[in-house]
Ligand binder design. Structure first.
Ligand code: 13P
Length: 269
């Protein structure tokens, strides 16, 4: 995106974020990686509905200011995502109420309950709490960025990113919508998860269509395929620590059992 277009579109996205209550006060921040590699970011402590085009800050990928505007205090988080993901051209951070409620409750958004969400977003893990604007926050997010297109930040909010500003914004919106539906479904007696074979089919569709690559398989398996480590979300452990009792019986939660079955189905393919 060229600089002029990015300035205009960041203002539009900021206004939408505010109007949809994804942010209040001076919450949230948005950035775009321009065609020439510079970063255009929202200014710190500014209401996202009341920014002006000339209020936006320009920096390089190391965060060095390239104009006299002070960039968001969360610029380091945006830069981490750009560095980890060459495909990402825009980052949107906000405090949407339903998504943030998951983050406050210590929950990832990773229940396979909506087919379209599995297709387009995948699971949204929860990064451990880190003080905003410090290395604590970026280090908590670092292992997750490569494998997901949106993250929850414990006791803080959410961030989504994509190939352009509107993909990042749409992912933020899908995150919030999914969290809202999950909460509402609990009021109606609880969400029914899609069965493992339906999840597998959806993952096949999304990989064939190129919506999401193999590294985003956490929705089904909670596991980072190419590394041999347990998914840092901790929610859907690929190798569930089966609990052995003294009589030799092994107990698994329902989710762990589904997980094991999903793994077996994948291995058998
Ligand atoms: P900035 O105003 O510095 O961008 O911070 C807002 C925010 O949401 C911090 O998490």
């Amino acid at each position: 995106m060229d600089e002029q277009t990015a300035r205009r579109e960041i203002l539009r996205a900021g206004k939408l974020m505010y109007e949809r209550s994804y942010v209040v006060g001076s919450d949230g921040n948005v950035s775009v990686r321009l065609d020439d590699g510079r970063i255009l970011a929202t200014p710190t402590q500014t209401n996202k509905a009341r920014m002006t085009e000339d209020s936006l800050a320009l920096t390089d990928l190391e965060g060095k200011p390239l104009n006299d505007r002070r960039a968001s205090s969360e610029l380091a988080m945006h830069l981490l995502i750009y560095r980890e993901r060459a495909d990402v051209r825009s980052v949107c951070h906000a405090h949407p109420p339903h998504g943030s409620a998951f983050a406050v409750a210590g929950l990832a958004i990773d229940q396979p309950i909506l087919s379209e969400v599995i297709l387009t977003l995948g699971c949204v893990p929860l990064a451990a709490y880190g003080t905003p604007s410090t290395d604590e926050l970026t280090e908590a997010m670092r292992p997750l960025v490569k494998h997901h297109n949106a993250l929850l930040m414990a006791n803080h909010g959410a961030v989504a990113y994509g190939a352009d500003l509107w993909q990042a914004f749409d992912r933020l919106e899908t995150l919030e919508h999914t969290a809202k539906i999950a909460i509402l479904s609990r009021a109606l007696g609880g969400a029914r998860e899609l069965p493992p074979d339906s999840i597998e089919k959806l993952i096949d569709v999304r990989e064939r269509a190129g919506y999401l690559g193999e590294s985003a398989r956490c929705q089904a398996c909670g596991y980072l395929q190419e590394t041999n480590v347990v998914c840092p979300t901790g929610e859907r452990d690929a190798a569930p620590a089966a609990r052995a009792s003294s009589n030799g019986k092994v107990s698994l939660t329902r989710e762990e059992l589904i997980e094991l079955l999903s793994q077996a189905a994948r291995a058998a393919r």
